[in-house]
Design a protein around this ligand. Structure first.
Ligand SMILES: [Zn+2]
Length: 416
């Protein structure tokens, strides 16, 4: 959760973490029973695998938390009962990487790219212009729409970023809007060098580490930088992340997406929660990730939408790296809010097993946000659950493109 800091403004209660009414949270218990297969991500449960899979299971929700998991026949008495009808239940997805505060779209760029034009980071400028021109209400409306879309597909926790404003006013505005919907807000003033500073990148880094950071830090938990050729080099990225840390923000890095570079090793050195993309990795990069606590967050929607080389998930997992899977939902390079779609890609094209992909999209996402209260179904964790219209979580990869999520509980409240 966001840690309070001196001088931090009082923020509205995020609707994503609020029960519908106090009574829902305070006074009632509910058992979801007749679950054919329950993914708990608690290895002490069920089959003892990382998924902690329990067959013929039940979950008891007390207020906004999970109170009990186990076999259906042993479930304690509760106020309410929901029959899962022999379907599977998994933890709600934790989408630890998205860019949802923006205006406009980039249909023409996508269409051109699918007709053979290469992707370059410069396409972000199109969205920057549209976002600056949008009203607060328009940005809020867009964000709410994509969050609803994600919720319908089982996402109950999400991170989102600034990065399409690139002025002090527009970056702070984006973060303020995001912070009314989630605690996992990331300051990404260093998405690209602002077009206003095209001839003075050092001046832009000074802005991002100075006045802009001061205005943005109160609304954010994380600081991020796009460490890439055409965006920010290793020295600039280090300066930006270090300045953010000094303001109480925790680092995460867009690293090694389009080319080899210093981003991953810098992320590990600075104890970033996550290095995101990780598509072009040397052996030394993999070793660094395996030796530290930085999660490798893979974003296959980006490779899919740009026809780029897949990240090598198998290599990372076999080396002992913790892997998360997220959407990278953004209008330029990955315009999907669907975690199930990313799971299917990860299994089909990145050689993850269905179990690994589901773990990475739930518990892995939680690790990438350094959270242990989401991404698992275990006593004490938030009651964030997705009910699948399928007997097993494997169907998420086995039945790609099919809307399998048929029920969603967030903080103990049934939303879908
Ligand atoms: Zn991104």
């Amino acid at each position: 959760m966001t840690t309070g800091r001196a001088g931090e403004p009082v923020r509205p209660t995020p609707p994503t973490s609020s029960p519908a009414t106090p009574e829902d949270a305070m006074s009632s218990t509910t058992v979801i029973t007749n679950i054919a297969s329950l993914v708990t991500n608690d290895p002490s449960q069920g089959d003892g695998s990382p998924l902690g899979l329990i067959q013929d299971a039940a979950v008891v929700i007390d207020g906004d938390r999970v109170a009990w998991t186990g076999e259906s026949s042993k479930a304690p008495a509760t106020d309410n009962r929901v029959d899962a009808g022999g379907r599977a239940v998994i933890p709600g997805f934790v989408d630890s990487h998205s860019h949802l505060v923006f205006a406009g779209d980039r249909t023409q760029e996508f269409n051109a790219r699918m007709s053979g034009r290469a992707y370059s980071a410069g396409g972000i400028r199109t969205t920057v212009a549209a976002t600056r021109a949008a009203s607060d209400e328009e940005l809020e409306r867009n964000l709410t729409r994509y969050l609803r879309e994600a919720l319908r597909q089982g996402t109950t926790t999400f991170e989102t970023k600034s990065g399409y404003g690139l002025t002090t006013r527009d970056e702070a505005r984006a973060l303020r809007i995001a912070s009314s919907h989630t605690d996992e807000v990331t300051y990404l003033g260093a998405h690209i060098v602002s077009p206003d500073y095209a001839d003075d990148p050092a001046g832009y880094v000074a802005l991002v580490t100075g006045e802009m950071l001061d205005a943005c830090a109160p609304y954010a938990r994380w600081v991020d930088v796009f460490c890439e050729k055409g965006a920010f080099d290793g020295d600039q990225a280090r300066a930006i992340l270090t300045a953010g840390k000094a303001k109480g923000l925790r680092p995460r890095v867009h690293a090694n997406q389009l080319s080899y570079g210093p981003g991953v090793q810098l992320a590990v050195e600075l104890d970033a929660a996550s290095a995101d993309h990780c598509t072009h990795l040397t052996d030394a990069d993999v070793d660094a990730l395996a030796s530290g606590d930085t999660v490798a967050t893979l974003l296959p929607g980006a490779e899919f939408s740009t026809r780029a080389e897949w990240p090598d998930a198998r290599r990372l997992i076999d080396a002992g790296v913790t892997v998360a899977l997220s959407t990278d939902c953004n209008p330029g390079s990955s315009f999907t809010s669907s975690v199930p779609f990313c799971i299917a890609l990860a299994v089909r094209d990145m050689r993850m097993t269905p179990d690994e992909a589901v773990w990475s999209a739930t518990a892995g996402g939680a690790r990438a946000l350094r959270r242990d209260d989401v991404g698992r179904i275990a006593p004490g964790a938030y009651a964030d659950l997705a009910l699948l219209d399928a007997p097993s979580h494997v169907h998420l990869a086995y039945r790609p493109g099919v809307p399998l999520v048929t029920g969603v509980w967030r903080r103990g409240v049934r939303e879908i």
